[in-house]
Design a protein around this ligand. Structure first.
Ligand code: GEK
Length: 243
């Protein structure tokens, strides 16, 4: 699959509409996420390391909202994960087709299962590592607890959930500053003010960030024994939660 530069929001005339993970997004996705999410490469690399530390032989490693498989590839490179079943799930058929192509190219011969489905409606079992990198933010807020509970039930004490999200900072003045810094980052990555504004409009009510406290409280409510932030760059943060 050819990966192109993201110019999806450069068009000044068309209505940006609601953001969806369609074929157009898939074609530019690696470029889009690298230039839009500060710290993305670090988080993906560390996801593999964290998974390798917690992977138990004979269990499953789930990557929910796997997109083109960046986290799957990071995880699968480690010897410690070879005796695990690695499963990527996404509800965009275009993403999954692109993911299969990427995996065949990057990790030929490595058996990684891909499942099409809505992560809120699936059942999970025998998991030692669950990964939600920038995916929970797209799930309706009132469905997030049930999903985390289902993942927690699939895990044993000591297993790990890796959760990365765009977050809302507190107080509002700090949130404003972080959003402005994020936009500076995007400008430095070559996005125009217009592209930034139009993307923001398209993501309104689609990507729903929550506060650090809301994430911690929900993880505890879902039954995780302890959790903490291990990375933050501006308003993008990553947590680990231990079952
Ligand atoms: C990465 N983790 O490269 N069920 C299944 N998949 C979903 C759902 C759902 N209900 N909602 C959204 N998705 C990846 C990046 S992208 C983040 C994750 C971003 C999928 C959606 O199709 C997309 O592939 C992914 O979640 C979110 O680290 O684009 O900001």
């Amino acid at each position: 699959m050819k990966s192109s530069r993201d110019t999806l929001y450069a068009d000044t005339l068309a209505d940006p509409g609601l953001f969806t993970f369609d074929q157009a997004v898939v074609g530019v996705f690696p470029d889009m996420i690298q230039r839009s999410v500060p710290g993305y490469a670090t988080v993906i690399a560390m996801t593999g390391l964290l998974a390798a530390r917690h992977a138990r032989p004979g269990t499953r490693i789930y990557d929910l909202g796997c997109s083109l498989g960046a986290s799957l590839i990071s995880v699968a490179r480690y010897q410690e994960t070879t005796d695990c079943e690695i499963i990527g799930i996404d509800n965009s058929e275009a993403m999954l087709a692109g993911c299969r192509e990427t995996l065949d190219r990057e990790l030929p011969g490595r058996d990684i299962a891909l499942e099409y489905g809505d992560i809120t409606g699936l059942s999970y079992s025998n998991a030692s590592v669950c990964i939600l990198n920038y995916t929970l933010q797209f799930i309706a807020i009132d469905q997030r607890l049930a999903l985390l509970e289902a993942l927690r039930r699939a895990m044993a004490p000591g297993d790990v959930l890796i959760l990365s999200e765009k977050i809302e900072l507190q107080p509002a003045s700090m949130n404003r500053l972080m959003i402005d810094m994020h936009h500076d980052f995007k400008r430095a990555q070559g996005y125009s003010d217009l592209e930034i504004a139009r993307k923001r409009q398209a993501l309104e009510n689609v990507l729903l960030p929550e506060t650090r406290d809301a994430h911690i409280e929900r993880l505890q409510k879902a039954g995780f024994s302890h959790c903490d932030f291990w990375f933050q760059c501006y308003n993008f943060a990553s947590l680990i939660a231990i079952a």
